[in-house]
Design a binder for this molecule. Structure first.
Ligand code: FNR
Length: 342
């Protein structure tokens, strides 16, 4: 059942991402300045997340492993990450913790990318021992714990009881030796969630906003009755989730993800306080449609384009983008007013 679900996700994710063309990032505007006095070649893209220095802010976000045919996908993602110097998260490792034959579908990423930053991944609803084993399995540099409650509830075979999840995250954070990232999978986060996570000592959050891969839509497609269509717009975008994070940015490193389309979305994320940017289905789509080489070329291109935008803003590094003024319009502005955020 779990293997079939993983393959369904790979297939349906690419369709889910074509459901909407608009993005909250389009309601945010930088103010152009004509005299930046900067040289593109002096721009750097390095960033620090959870105390670890990363050469690029880009992260290939968690997708797969756990079905025999996904070993090839993880192999290719690891080649891409290694050639471009970006971080890579594997998909949920629960399958391999239950069936040792599947461990290889994850370990391939460490084999191919022996030195690059690799993130382990499990549900936040996991036990400490499983978290430790997931990290060891791929000698991970960080551990992602994912939150996906709407997905579980729409999934016919999904979990229904989420009691105790905060305590589980806390125990894992206390026990493991690598930084822990708590991430959403496409529903976004808010101040109230950040408060709880901050109170239990979480120092890295991937906001996983609405607007890209849509797991309510995907799970509804997998249901015979397809009766959860009405809830497919649940959640808040990455931009709104970052706007919600302002009171916590001195305590928590935020990663922007969910519906990131291009380098302008990435730089707007940095302006809203993000230190990194995760992409899942856009990388999968590039890989499926154009292969490894073209995906590598595209990521190099994004790196160059990021430096161009920093130069237009008169800025040389990501850290200095944080706090750059953005003019906010539309429903994003209304959200800020309703939530009393400046
Ligand atoms: C995912 N995602 C995901 N996340 C996670 O934490 N563990 C997982 O196992 C998976 N599995 C998975 C499979 C596939 C095929 C996709 C496309 C995505 C969610 C992913 O990491 C990310 O949070 C969301 O996809 C939103 O980002 P994008 O796709 O809009 O860039």
């Amino acid at each position: 059942m779990r293997e079939k679900r993983k393959l369904d996700h790979l297939k349906l994710a690419l369709q889910s991402n074509t459901q909407s063309n608009s993005s909250s990032f389009d309601e945010l505007h930088f103010v152009h300045r004509s005299l930046p006095e900067k040289n593109v070649q002096e721009s750097t893209l390095s960033t620090k997340i959870g105390g670890q220095q990363l050469n690029s802010p880009l992260i290939i976000n968690a997708m797969t492993g756990g079905a025999f045919s996904t070993e090839k996908v993880n192999h290719d993602l690891a080649v891409i990450a290694s050639e471009t110097g970006i971080a890579l998260a594997v998909g949920s490792q629960k399958a391999a913790l239950r069936n040792k034959e599947l461990i290889r579908t994850y370990q391939i990423v460490r084999e191919v990318n022996s030195k690059g930053p690799i993130f382990a991944n499990l549900s936040a609803d996991s036990h400490v021992e499983d978290a430790m084993n997931a990290i060891d399995m791929i000698q991970a540099d960080m551990l992602q714990l994912h939150l996906n409650i709407p997905q579980e509830l729409v999934m016919p075979e999904g979990d229904r009881n989420f009691n105790g999840i905060i305590d589980k995250i806390h125990r894992i954070k206390e026990a493991v030796s690598v930084p822990v990232i708590v991430k959403e999978v496409g529903f976004g986060m808010c101040q109230e969630t950040y408060k709880v996570l901050n109170d239990i000592g979480i120092e890295i959050i991937d906001v996983g906003g609405k607007g890209g891969t849509n797991f309510v839509w995907i799970e509804n497609e997998r249901r015979e009755a397809k009766d959860f269509d009405f809830i497919k717009n649940w959640g808040q975008s990455a931009a709104l989730s970052l706007i919600e994070s302002s009171a916590y940015q001195d305590k928590i490193d935020f990663i922007s993800s969910g519906g990131i389309r291009n380098p302008l979305d990435m730089v707007k994320s940095f302006a809203l306080g993000a230190k990194g940017v995760g992409l899942a289905s856009p990388i999968l789509a590039l890989l499926k449609e154009h292969g490894i080489e073209k995906t590598i070329d595209q990521i190099h291109n994004w790196h160059d384009q990021l430096k161009s935008i920093l130069t237009m803003l008169g800025i040389s590094c990501i850290e200095d983008v944080i706090g750059t003024p953005l003019i906010i319009g539309g429903t994003t502005k209304e959200w800020c007013e309703c939530r009393d955020i400046d």
